[in-house]
Write a protein that binds this ligand. Structure first.
Ligand SMILES: [Zn+2]
Length: 158
């Protein structure tokens, strides 16, 4: 389960259904408690001594649901990794030509049969700034997987 992300839509839906079922179980447990309290008062006994087996079963089911909800909770780190993977995918797509091919990969629709890359991003182009005002540049296609390359100003050609 190392690669499982609990942000999958199916798991999110299952968690929502479990949460609804848990609410129903909690209402049942509350009903059983009230019944047991009333019975204990009538019989002058401790409510725990009149706890029904069904109430114990419902309480056990609630505990199991809580365990599953906790185990499948999209933790912050897991969610952060998921977001980082999605962002890395977007960065990796930035060199694709309008036909979806990476720069220099075979492309039947780019001139010369090779992808000419993203026409909107050219190497050396300033595209933004960090929080400290450091410019962000488009690296050469071969350097785009190196984070530091996005911070390097373009080298002047002689
Ligand atoms: Zn192309």
């Amino acid at each position: 389960m190392a690669d499982t992300t609990y942000t999958d839509p199916v798991i999110t839906r299952l968690r929502a259904e479990l949460t609804r079922a848990r609410r129903a179980l909690a209402e049942s447990a509350s009903y059983f408690s009230a019944q047991e309290q009333a019975s204990a008062v009538l019989n002058c006994t401790n409510p725990e001594t009149v706890q029904s087996p069904l109430h114990r079963f419902v309480a056990s089911a609630i505990a199991s649901v809580d365990d599953v909800l906790e185990d499948t909770s999209p933790g912050e780190e897991q969610h952060g990794n998921h977001v980082a993977r999605l962002l890395a995918g977007i960065i990796a797509d930035l060199d694709r030509c309008p036909h979806g091919r990476h720069h220099q990969d075979p492309c039947g629709r780019c001139s010369g049969g090779r992808s000419t890359g993203n026409p909107h991003l050219t190497a050396g182009q300033r595209i933004g700034y960090s929080i400290h005002g450091t410019p962000i540049y488009v690296p050469k296609p071969e350097d785009r997987y190196a984070p530091e390359a996005w911070r390097k100003p373009p080298t002047r050609q002689a």
